[in-house]
Ligand binder design. Structure first.
Ligand code: IPE
Ligand code: IPE
Ligand code: MG
Length: 250
């Protein structure tokens, strides 16, 4: 086990020191299904339910932003059946979200290159964008990374900045961290204080490469479909025990 805390105290969360932004690499759906002799797609279905549960929990806990890695720029390497099943699940989730976001006061944003996403899904995402714009800035915000890669996000941002320079809207010497952040998919969203990766893998897999500069990492062996509220508590409690120095000395 690589869980860093165990025992009774493991999940004691101090609600006055919550991370504003939690990011999760939703990994382990395939292995969860395989263990049960089910097709990988059954794992994705179970994983989608876990997302629903964890988003609700984070919102109720008082976290402001939850960013989840749903489909990477590398995940197109998978079979057509698997990719199709993931897109179908997303479609179903978006249809539900369109009906419930306003009632539940949940803002929904997409990070990633949406140009390669099936057109129907893209137009549903435009609908959720519109609803999000109407919801107040203080509402809980879920960011779904779809056809997302950290390197791709950086390249798209660099391209847009260069285009603004060519158009005379910007000067190269104006570029600093704040300006560049404004060109990223995550513009306006604070960097995640905590990044969680379930399923025992100890890597980033191209997730939030710019934004993770000073994130705290939490890894657990639990597979994403088995992930629950107590796991969030354990991750937050572990985060709250970390000594965050940001390069300084205490
Ligand atoms: C994460 O689960 C979901 C996606 C990457 C779309 P996986 O499908 O990667 O599950 P494992 O890693 O094979 O168990
Ligand atoms: C990362 O998981 C991407 C998502 C969870 C969407 P992967 O399963 O694709 O990552 P690797 O292949 O193990 O690095
Ligand atoms: Mg995986």
């Amino acid at each position: 086990m690589i869980n860093e805390l165990s025992g009774k105290q493991a999940g004691q969360v101090d609600k006055s020191r919550l991370p504003r932004h939690i990011a999760i690499i939703m990994d382990g759906n395939g292995r969860w299904a395989k263990k049960r002799g089910l097709p990988r797609t059954a794992g994705h279905k179970a994983g989608a339910e876990t997302f629903r549960k964890i988003a609700t929990y984070c919102k109720n806990l008082g976290v402001e932003y939850l960013t989840v890695y749903a489909f990477s720029t590398e995940n197109w390497k998978r079979s057509e059946t698997e990719v199709g099943a993931i897109m179908a699940l997303l479609r179903r989730y978006l249809l539900e979200a369109i009906d419930s976001m306003e009632r539940d006061s949940i803002r929904l944003k997409f990070f990633g290159d949406m140009t390669a996403i099936p057109p129907e899904l893209r137009s549903l995402a435009r609908e959720t964008d519109e609803i999000t714009e109407h919801l107040g800035r203080d509402a809980f915000q879920a960011n779904i990374c779809l056809n997302y890669g950290g390197r791709d996000e950086l390249l798209r941002a660099a391209r847009r900045f260069a285009a603004d320079c060519t158009a005379g809207l910007r000067k190269p010497e104006e570029l600093d961290e704040a300006v560049f952040s404004g060109y990223l998919d995550s513009a306006g969203v604070p960097d995640p204080e905590l990044i969680i990766r379930p399923s025992g893998e100890l890597r980033l897999s191209n997730f939030l490469l710019w934004q993770c500069a000073y994130s705290e990492f939490y890894y657990t062996d639990t597979l994403w479909p088995d992930f629950d509220e107590a796991e969030i508590d354990r991750a937050v409690a572990a985060y709250q025990k970390r000594d965050r120095r940001f390069g300084g000395v205490k």
